[in-house]
Design a protein around this ligand. Structure first.
Ligand SMILES: [Zn+2]
Ligand SMILES: [Zn+2]
Length: 210
């Protein structure tokens, strides 16, 4: 249901952007899109890091909902690619529905608007659609058989390629958490390692740490 709704909203958003093209500052809008895409990569890495590192699948409420799927992925990485499309992408699409609403609100704003406004529309549109597809992009990195366009985007480094993502599954300390394009992994590894030290001072230890 949420996947279908998100797909409809994405199509309507694309049509509205095309219809409003004469009113929008297209160059500014396009500039916002790579930033939205990169933010989705960072968000995927932060979520993945947190769920791989803290709490436990048996932690009340969040354990079964968000921790367990990440931990199970390390036990059976290929299972992600075996899941159905709707099962794989449903939760992300549901979580992104508020972002669609905000993007449509910005698009409906009375003009004239500030220059940054159109950049923010491009940023949110790219962020929202990419976040909806994050699990799909991750699954493609675990699939032998992917559409040709996806394989080309993986080879070009636009989407995370299997060999780049397998660094995460090989590493005993589990780095390289970002799963959209992996561009943020280098500094995200640094930031997460330092965040773990800070959180430990506040009493939040890595799961399994004594
Ligand atoms: Zn992981
Ligand atoms: Zn994986």
């Amino acid at each position: 249901m949420s996947v279908t709704l998100a797909a409809v909203l994405a199509i309507v958003l694309a049509l509205q952007l095309a219809r409003s093209a004469s009113e929008l500052r297209i160059a500014v809008l396009l500039l916002g899109m790579p930033l939205g895409f990169l933010t989705a990569d960072i968000a995927s890495g932060l979520m993945h890091w947190f769920c791989d590192t803290y709490f436990h699948p048996r932690t009340p409420l969040i354990g079964p909902m968000i921790i367990a799927p990440f931990r199970e992925h390390h036990v059976d990485p290929a299972a992600l690619a075996r899941h159905g499309f709707l099962e794989r992408n449903g939760n992300n699409c549901l979580a992104c529905l508020p972002l669609f609403v905000v993007t449509f609100e910005l698009l409906a704003s009375a003009r004239p608007v500030a220059v940054w406004h159109d950049g923010l529309i491009g940023y949110l549109a790219a962020l929202t659609v990419t976040l909806c597809l994050t699990n799909q992009i991750h699954a493609w990195a675990h699939s032998e058989c992917v559409p040709g366009i996806v394989r080309r985007l993986q080879r070009a480094g636009v989407l995370i390629a299997p060999e780049r993502h397998f660094v995460h599954h090989r590493a005993c300390d589990g780095r390289a958490y970002a799963v959209v394009c992996g561009w943020s992994n280098r500094w995200l590894d640094f930031a997460c390692a330092h965040a773990e030290l800070v959180l430990e001072r506040f009493g939040l230890r890595r799961d399994g740490a004594a």
